[in-house]
Design a protein. Structure first.
Lengths: 325, 387
């Protein structure tokens, strides 16, 4: 069952850009997506965070009308989506995980082609192609075949194609997979800019840092099921919202632990040989008081380490496994 | 419709931009037309005669007579002439030796030796030689008679020319009764090779080009297209149209280039283009089938070339159907190539009209319908598989 931290936001007229309700998709005996539900409001960046094979791409395929769900529904700006529906697709811009471009055509030819598929024609098409080439920094390489592009340039073109028709909802499926750090940062910046301009974004990733940096709300997905969703802080609170402090030094650690347990910010204190492991509320605020109390109790401190929970911890807590490939 | 046109347009653009296609699409077909025309093409006239012997009035007169009967005349040494006859490169060898030339110039009786080849057109060429020699013989007798009546040789020749100009001479048309020779009568040297190579390359190029369909599917371009406001039907229509445009482009190029370079007579150009258009539809459907059932681009190119060559070999794309045994000729008509071959033969050789080629067109349309429907169904399945 999905743990929801907050009620998702809505537009003034109460309409979400995307409403996904109870999506189910099976491939033979395998249930790839099992009852996934979430919504995205205008201007919101929603992250689907999960490991490879969690069901992210299958969910996106159903949202884009490429796959028919076995159960559940997808609504884009109030319009029902499905493989036979054409109209709602106008609101979506898909940036697939694979580089879905023609390598033997130039960047301009690729943009022209996909622009035509989006219904752009004449001056509007020409203008938008020019703008996207500018936006992606490919203007000076617009005429060369894309097979001669670097990986980062191809990724930028891949994203640019999704932006051609100024979609209401941009869907990016793991856009930074296999990208060098510099290009990756450029991609993340461009997503931040688009979000800042009011575009709703659905962003799937298995990189915790990307989800934390970009997303207003995050859905944690594993084995086809949405395990939890909310803002970063809300998700962390779902697992208790506590921090860890490790004190290393000499002295009677058992007695010191006893003393520290009396502090209101300390939820738990365990003594080990030469160290103390504390579970505390709001570590940055409480650490000074804890250090003072420990030294007052006779402990000679040599090291203090604070660790705060992140989405990795949340994922581990929810699924019992690490958020890695 | 706009989306389908965009997909078809991009497919043609990719085909033209592929440097690997330059040789096999633009150069190789013309090379084959040239080679086939040079080796096997008919001369387009009433036979081939090779004359051997020293230069003389008789040799010149015989050659002029034969050429006036549209016989192709060449000169060679005795040994070369014998070799040409033996290899079927000429229909008849004619020996005009010094003795005969002297006898002719003196108004006497000259004997010419004729060596016939075993070619199917040899009989007709022999008849042409006999007619030419008879004409010369008659003229010689007439000149001799006038000289005996007191006219000088020049006056005799002038009188005969004037007399010939005042009457309409009966013409003797030598008809070759060999059915094969009759079938190819009037065909230009490169005409037969051009139509057969058009069929071969239109189909082969289309099949080999099915690899781009696999490429688009595997690279996710097709999925991305379907995420745009484009229905599955529009996407499939675009791919079908793209295949058809490529096939028609290939065939149209061969038609234009062979007409310009080799003077190939395509008969009624509108009807020839219609046959090409319908044949290209069959090729487009076959390419969709191949591009949908295979998932590997290299395999598609290999299979496309293989299937294209085999179908062409069976269907008259490599050798004229007319030389096939009856059973093989019936078998050939399981291929669209044979029906296309028949339609082009009707248009090129017999000045056929639309009514004359309707049966062939009907069969090709039926084949196209089956191939396109099957291709659509398979492509739909393969697209679903790739999503």
């Amino acid at each position: 069952m999905t743990q929801t931290a907050t009620e998702p936001t809505r537009t003034a007229d109460g309409q979400h850009v995307l409403v996904v309700e109870g999506l189910v998709r099976r491939f033979g005996d395998l249930t790839a997506v099992d009852g996934v539900s979430f919504t995205i409001a205008p201007g919101e960046t929603y992250g689907l965070l999960g490991p490879n094979g969690a069901g992210k791409t299958t969910t996106i395929s159903m949202i884009c009308g490429l796959l028919e769900p076995d159960d559940g529904s997808v609504t884009v700006l109030g319009q029902q989506m499905g493989p036979r529906k054409v109209a709602p697709k106008r609101h979506l811009g898909l940036v697939p995980q694979d580089l879905a471009i023609y390598p033997d055509l130039s960047a301009r030819e690729n943009l022209n082609f996909f622009g035509k598929l989006q219904g752009l024609t004449g001056t509007e098409l020409k203008t938008r192609v020019g703008e996207v080439l500018e936006l992606t920094g490919l203007s000076d390489r617009a005429k060369g075949p894309t097979k001669e592009f670097s990986g980062g340039m191809k990724r930028r073109l891949n994203i640019g194609i999704g932006l051609l028709h100024k979609p209401t909802l941009l869907i990016l499926d793991e856009p930074t997979v296999g990208v060098d750090p510099q290009s990756r940062n450029a991609i993340l910046e461009s997503v931040e800019n688009l979000s800042g301009e009011g575009m709703a974004v659905l962003y799937t990733t298995h990189y915790m840092e990307e989800a934390e940096r970009l997303c207003d709300r995050i859905g944690i997905i594993d084995s086809g099921t949405l395990q939890a969703e909310g803002t970063r802080d809300e998700l962390i609170r779902l697992i208790g919202g506590v921090d860890n402090i490790a004190l290393t030094g000499s002295g009677d650690t058992v007695a010191v632990a006893e003393a520290l347990r009396a502090l209101p910010s300390v939820a738990q204190a365990d003594a080990e040989r030469g160290s103390l492991r504390l579970t505390v509320h709001d570590a940055p605020t409480a650490v000074a008081q804890i250090v003072t109390a420990a030294t007052s109790s006779g402990m000679q401190l040599s090291d203090v380490q604070i660790s705060r929970p992140n989405l990795e911890s949340v994922f581990l807590h929810l699924t019992g496994k690490a958020l890695r490939d | 419709m706009r989306a389908a046109l965009a997909i078809a347009g991009v497919e043609l653009r990719r085909f033209v931009k592929d440097k690997g296609n330059v040789f096999f699409t633009f150069i190789f077909p013309l090379l084959l037309v040239f080679v086939l025309g040079s080796q096997f093409g008919g001369s387009g006239n009433a036979g081939r005669v090779t004359i051997t012997g020293p230069s003389s009035d008789l040799r010149t007169a015989v050659a002029e007579q034969l050429e006036s009967q549209e016989v192709s005349v060449s000169h060679a040494t005795h040994n070369d002439m014998l070799e040409q006859v033996a290899r079927g490169r000429t229909d008849v060898g004619l020996v005009v030796d010094e003795e005969a030339a002297t006898a002719y110039s003196q108004g006497g009786s000259a004997e010419l030796e004729m060596i016939a080849s075993s070619s199917s057109t040899s009989m007709a060429a022999q008849q042409e030689v006999q007619v030419a020699v008879s004409n010369l013989d008659l003229r010689q007798l007439q000149v001799t008679a006038l000289e005996h009546a007191g006219a000088s040789p020049a006056e005799a020749s002038q009188a005969l020319d004037e007399a010939a100009g005042q009457v309409t001479e009966p013409t003797l048309e030598v008809v070759n009764v060999d059915s094969l020779a009759q079938e190819f009568q009037g065909l230009g040297q490169f005409d037969l090779g051009a139509s057969s190579q058009l069929l071969l390359f239109t189909f082969l190029t289309s099949l080999a080009g099915s690899s781009t369909l696999i490429n688009a599917r595997r690279q996710g371009v097709m999925a991305r297209s379907l995420a745009a406001p484009v229905s599955t039907l529009q996407a499939i229509a675009g791919q079908s149209l793209g295949r058809w445009v490529i096939a028609f482009f290939q065939g149209g190029y061969i038609m234009l280039a062979t007409w310009l370079l080799f003077g190939v007579d395509w008969g009624n150009i509108g009807l020839s283009l219609l046959v090409l258009a319908v044949f290209a539809l069959v090729a487009a459907g076959a390419a969709m089938v191949l591009g949908s059932i295979l998932d590997n681009e290299g395999a598609a190119v290999g299979a496309g070339v293989g299937v294209g060559l085999v179908l062409a070999a069976i269907g008259g794309g490599m050798m004229p159907l007319e030389i096939f045994p009856d059973t093989m000729r019936r078998v050939a008509h399981i291929t669209p190539h044979a029906w296309g071959y028949d339609a082009f033969a009707e248009i090129q050789r017999h000045g056929g009209t639309l009514a004359d080629i309707l049966p062939q067109l009907a069969v090709l349309v039926a084949m196209a319908a089956v191939a396109l429907l099957l291709g659509t169904w398979l492509l739909r399945r393969s697209m679903a598989r790739s999503l």
